[in-house]
Design a protein around this ligand. Structure first.
Ligand code: HEM
Length: 524
């Protein structure tokens, strides 16, 4: 132990001492985490037990869900995926963790990164159960059946313009019918999602589907969300979070941070203009017109989500939203609503063009149910398209847009989560990754195949098989923190697919993600 005799007076000795202390600290922490930690008996790769850095790397690469699946295949229904986190992969664990408001769990600290730069937490990121209940009540009217019906024409209007955009211009087969130019499904559906949410949340007409020059703000959502996602997995995230809205971070984080700030400012400008009751100039952020035309009309006939939130205190508790609550909630709805819808729609188109029988069945069903696209709206006819709905369910299973662990932190006095028979200690972070359980063959035989028929009762698919599948199906989450936009998301998906399939035949083009559109079957 010659080091103990080294005086701390020289810089090199100081550096040596610091290195030794850090190395010792790391060694002791590693021994504790691997052998003595309350979760030490749970299986998992050693690197996960040592630190949270592997999760950050997976988040950065965007393949975390694949690791979760592989880990569950290798280690079984419970895997330790970070020093304090367990991942589960069974229907009973899903029901236990997320199913009931009274279970002693709350959303994990992980969520706090997402809205903190906007000033407060939204209904999505709020971790306090009581505050969340208040906020959820506050936003609920925006998602009521009444609001959905009132907004449906806005949604259909955007969808029709989407169909107009993909309509073939150059045709291989002459004037009446033929294949048009290829289009990239995942790109255009992103803009469709953005336009729909702009209309629903702010009553704005973003026109990003048809106008390339208007896509600037929409293009910033993905890099901004990715960046925040990485930050959320930093083992030191609580230290980094307060810096998110500072100039320093804008310089260090570069474009994604600037983009995120632009989104925050955009939402805030929209709310500000509405709060003042003035014509929303910033709705015109890149020179577009506001959907509702003139000023008076815009302010008196608003039916968008913002009109349900602004100046609307919570009836039960009297809680009044602050300006930061409004800004954050609107921004959250734009982000939470646009991107998942777009990716499911792109996924559905992907699976349909890769499964010609399914595509043919869904298309035939839509065309035999509706006599014209003008008849396609919510109601019994749309819900009678059982095969179309099954295609949507199967897409949500295979490529759920929220595929990883949705973390919940166990509160005192602890919680027993099957199949583990003993209570887990408070502070343990738990969750069921959607992608893993959706590919668990116990609930979904042939888990990697696109089989809409698994959602439809038949002699070879009895109700018990459908019940088993539903018990492990969580694309919108379950329980009190489940997606509040679920019904509107289903409506958007059904409407868009029905409108597209009624009008066009689709085919795969060899470029990744590209499809061809053929029009003319009905013109005939
Ligand atoms: C296919 C489309 C969608 C999918 C797959 C989806 C998925 C989800 C999931 C899994 C959650 C729970 C997250 C968690 O526990 O951390 C969630 C929450 C949420 N979603 Fe969605 N979502 C979709 C569309 C929408 C839409 C269209 C909106 C708004 C218009 C929306 C707004 C929200 C909100 C506000 C929450 C937070 C709910 C709460 O904690 O009270 N989502 N969503």
């Amino acid at each position: 132990m010659a080091i103990l005799n080294l005086p701390l007076t020289s810089t090199s000795n100081l550096v040596l001492w610091c290195s030794v202390v850090i190395a010792l600290n790391f060694l002791l922490l590693s021994i504790y985490r691997v052998y003595l930690h309350p979760l030490s008996k749970f299986p998992g790769p050693i690197r996960y037990k040592l630190s949270g850095w592997p999760l950050l790397w997976q988040a950065y690469k965007g393949n975390r869900h694949l690791f979760h699946l592989k880990d569950h295949e290798k280690y079984g229904p419970i895997v330790r995926i970070s020093p304090s986190t367990l991942s589960f992969n069974t229907a009973p664990s899903l029901a236990t963790i997320y199913g009931s408001r009274t279970v002693p769990v709350k959303k994990g600290e992980w969520y706090k990164t997402f809205d903190v730069a906007a000033g407060t937490y939204s209904s999505f990121t709020e971790t306090d159960k009581a505050i969340h209940a208040t906020k959820r009540r506050w936003v609920s009217p925006a998602f009521s059946d009444l609001s959905q019906r009132a907004n449906e024409t806005l949604i259909i209007d955007v969808i029709e313009r989407f169909c107009e955009t993909i309509r073939p211009r150059r045709r291989e087969g002459g004037d009446k019918g033929g294949w048009g130019e290829k289009w990239n499904a995942s790109v255009l559906t992103t803009y469709l999602g953005f336009d729909i949410m702009g209309a629903l949340v702010f009553g704005c007409d973003f026109r990003t589907v048809q106008e390339v020059g208007y896509r600037d703000l929409a293009d910033s959502i993905l890099p901004a969300s990715k960046f925040l996602y990485w930050v959320s997995y930093l083992p030191l995230a609580p230290l980094v979070r307060p810096l998110l809205r500072t100039k320093l971070f804008e310089i260090l984080g570069g474009r994604p941070i600037r983009d995120n700030n632009r989104l925050i400012e955009y939402a805030s400008a929209q709310v500000g203009a509405r709060a003042r009751g003035t014509r929303n100039e910033s709705g015109d952020w890149s020179g577009k017109v506001n959907k509702n035309g003139n000023d008076e009309e815009a302010d008196t006939e608003r039916i968008d989500f913002l009109s349900h939130l602004i100046n609307k205190p919570d009836q039960k508790s009297g809680w009044r939203p602050t300006r930061a609550d409004l800004d954050t909630e609107c921004l959250n709805m734009m982000n939470a609503g646009a991107d998942p819808f777009s990716s499911v729609l792109a996924g559905a188109i992907f699976y349909l063009v890769h499964n010609p029988t399914a595509l043919q069945k869904a298309t035939a069903e839509v065309r035999s149910t509706f006599t014209s696209p003008n008849d396609i709206h919510s109601g019994p006819l749309l819900t009678s398209c059982l095969y179309l709905s099954a295609c949507i369910e199967e897409t949500l299973r295979l490529c759920s847009p929220v595929p990883s662990h949705l973390p919940r932190t166990i509160l005192p006095p602890g919680l027993t989560i099957p199949p583990y028979p003993l209570p887990l200690p408070p502070g343990t972070v738990v969750g069921v990754p959607c992608y893993s359980i959706h590919h668990n063959p116990v609930y979904f035989p042939s888990p990697f195949s696109f089989l809409p028929s698994r959602w439809i009762e038949s002699p070879s698919n009895p109700p018990s098989a459908i019940e088993a599948a539903k018990s492990a199906f969580e694309p919108f989450g379950i329980g009190s923190r489940a997606c509040i936009g679920k019904n509107i998301a289903y409506l958007q998906l059904r409407l868009t697919l029905a409108h597209v399939l009624w009008r066009f035949d689709l085919r795969e083009i060899s470029d990744v993600g590209c499809i061809g559109v053929w029009e003319g079957w009905a013109d005939g």
